[in-house]
Design a protein around this ligand. Structure first.
Ligand code: PEP
Ligand code: MG
Length: 586
């Protein structure tokens, strides 16, 4: 039957697949608000916390406003509303009132906001005017946004999401994404967020169909309404008619069949047609990812992103907690190598427990993040390295340093490791040697000094996600420039080629663990550039293995040469879509 209410809205495709289910809208309101009295000495700090939340909400509202400007209908109403919200965040009765409550009554910021918004709403309501009553609602909305921003670290937005639902939200941060339960959630759609941000990466890894950049996403929908996410086209279909629903159900069934076929490749060795063994490894984040990684046929873990151990909590994990967690990864891997990347927070991945240093700067992606943060806060790095060293006693471990930009940084970490080894020795813990130490090559400067870095490193891992971001100066998490983000840009490919060649010259292994490692269209090219190790989301691994088994290295090299001769990125895309000629290996 035709459903006249069927609505389609488009955005950016961030994780392929199809999801059909009831919508679950993440609201700004309804959070439990803690209330406590502050010691007098804490008041200044609480005011700073409150002002930090104001800055974040202002930034968020500006992003929403830019999105709203592109709407074909309702753009003016929406931008006016968002401007009104922003107006309430500077010099307003709301802000002044909250400051007075924090300073005068020594109440925490969340409770002070709740108190002041309730008082303002009551005074608007008392005026018995529909227009002013609506302003009261606006104040409450702004208050909720501030409270949510302050509570970020303790709040699971998906706690009440029903089984099989599709999440709709303004934004899902990487910290939120770490709480996504793939068994319960089938799809997600957001207003903000780019295709290469960590939320997108996690959605792909979890097999959740996802889209972003959908303006006015939640208009005309309520929680419980049926929606379809088309993660390939980047579309959400609201209140689908019967024929649409039927077509998508068939597509889901087809996809499941295909996955089943690829799963059969699990125990097939990853060897090219001419007999070269290729190492296919998995990227993981949480302990729950180990099983799917092994199921996919991964022979090692090429990237454990440890930052998720530091998120969604008000404090930092101590050495013992980190050691226990890492030891569990090692033992669950049964002798397979675990590559542990040290903390990579900053940029879009925020760990609030790190205080000021863990939070935003004007250019977060260029700021105090990853290894820079670790070297500035030696206790943070030492604690993690010590935990890693202790975990390495239970099985093979490699240490991987994120965001390395120069040789000196690797030397500093190596010196720290030697000191920490001696300290452990004094505690009666005797290591059998230090684990291999490697650098992420994800900043152009690192790629360009790869020969020198190779002398200090035992291995490299190319982070093509950040390498693309920094080479092209494109924020990987910003949906407005997503069309310019291109890991196959000739400049990025040259840096990858140069790094692979430096690895060969120094005889150290070079892996690639960015998202293109899991893109089967790129497999022949990357092999042709000299790479033999890839680490990717487990869901992508079987398809890449299929690709490896269908190519001979001479064909891969010829393909890479053809691509590297191009200067136009569109030409490269066309060649990649066409695939390599396959002749020499047969
Ligand atoms: C990368 O930058 O390619 C990478 C693998 O690291 P992350 O995505 O965690 O920044
Ligand atoms: Mg990176």
């Amino acid at each position: 039957m035709k459903n006249p209410d069927e609505l389609r809205r488009s955005g950016i495709a961030i994780a392929p697949g199809v999801a059909i289910g009831p919508a679950f809208i993440i609201e700004q309101s309804g959070l439990p608000v803690p209330e406590y009295t502050l010691p007098a000495a804490q008041v200044e700090k609480e005011l700073t916390r409150f002002h930090g939340a104001i800055t974040k909400v202002q930034k968020h509202l500006s992003q929403l406003r830019q999105k709203a400007e592109g709407l074909t209908t309702g753009a003016e109403d929406m931008t006016l509303l968002l401007d009104a919200y922003k107006g309430m965040l500077s010099g307003s009765r709301l802000v002044r009132g909250v400051e007075e409550i924090i300073s005068g009554q020594h109440l925490n910021a969340e409770a002070a906001i709740q108190k002041q918004t309730a008082a303002l709403r009551a005074s608007f309501a008392a005026m018995d005017d529909a227009y002013l009553a609506a302003r009261g609602e606006d104040v409450a909305e702004v208050g909720n946004r501030l409270i949510r921003s302050l509570l970020q670290q303790n709040y699971n937005p998906f706690a009440d999401a029903p089984e099989g639902c599709v999440i709709l939200a303004e934004e899902i941060t990487p910290a939120d994404a770490a709480l996504l339960n793939p068994d319960g959630i089938t799809g997600l759609a957001t207003v903000l967020g780019g295709p290469e941000g960590h939320t997108a990466i996690m959605a792909r890894a979890l097999g959740i169909a996802a889209i972003s950049g959908v303006a006015a996403l939640c208009h005309g929908i309520k929680t419980g309404d049926t929606v379809i996410i088309d993660g390939r086209k980047g579309e959400i279909i609201i209140h689908p008619e019967a024929a649409t629903l039927q077509a998508y159900k068939q597509e889901l069934a087809r996809k499941r069949q295909e996955e089943k076929k690829l799963k059969a490749l699990r125990d097939v060795p990853a060897v090219t047609l001419d007999g070269a063994p290729i190492s296919l490894q998995a990227n993981i984040e949480l302990l729950r990812d180990v099983e799917p990684a092994l199921e996919s046929g991964a022979t090692a873990i090429g990237l454990l992103r440890t930052e998720f151990m530091f998120m969604n909590r008000p404090d930092l994990p101590d050495e013992e907690e980190q050691y226990t967690a890492l030891r569990d990864f090692v033992t669950n891997l049964d002798g397979r190598v675990l590559t542990i990347r040290t903390l990579d927070v900053g940029g879009e991945k925020i760990a609030s427990a790190l205080g000021e240093d863990g939070n935003e700067s004007v250019n977060p992606a260029l700021g105090l993040r990853a290894i820079r943060l670790g070297l500035k806060q030696p206790k943070l790095l030492d604690t993690q390295l010590t935990a890693i060293l202790r975990a390495s006693m239970h099985g093979p471990v490699r240490i991987l340093l994120p965001m390395i930009s120069s040789v000196g940084q690797v030397k500093q970490v190596r010196a720290r490791l030697l000191t920490l080894e001696r300290r452990l020795h004094r505690r009666g813990i005797k290591l059998k040697g230090l684990p291999p130490l490697g650098a992420m090559i994800e900043i152009p400067s690192a790629a360009l000094v790869a020969d020198a870095l190779a002398k200090q490193c035992d291995f490299f891992s190319i982070g093509s996600n950040d390498l693309t971001q920094y080479t092209l100066a494109i924020d990987r998490g910003d949906e407005r420039v997503a069309d310019l983000y291109d890991p196959f840009h000739p400049a990025v490919l040259r840096l990858i080629q140069f790094t692979a060649a430096a690895g060969w010259r120094a005889n150290i292994p070079v892996s690639l663990c960015g998202e293109i490692a899991g893109d089967r269209r790129a497999t022949a090219l990357l092999l042709g550039l000299g790479l033999r190790e890839f680490s990717m989301s487990p869901v992508r691994l079987p398809a890449v293995k299929q690709e490896v088994t269908q190519i001979a290295l001479p064909d891969a090299v010829a393909f890479a040469e053809k691509i590297m001769a191009q200067t136009d990125e569109n030409e490269i895309r066309t060649l990649l879509a066409g695939g390599p000629d396959r002749g020499k290996g047969r």
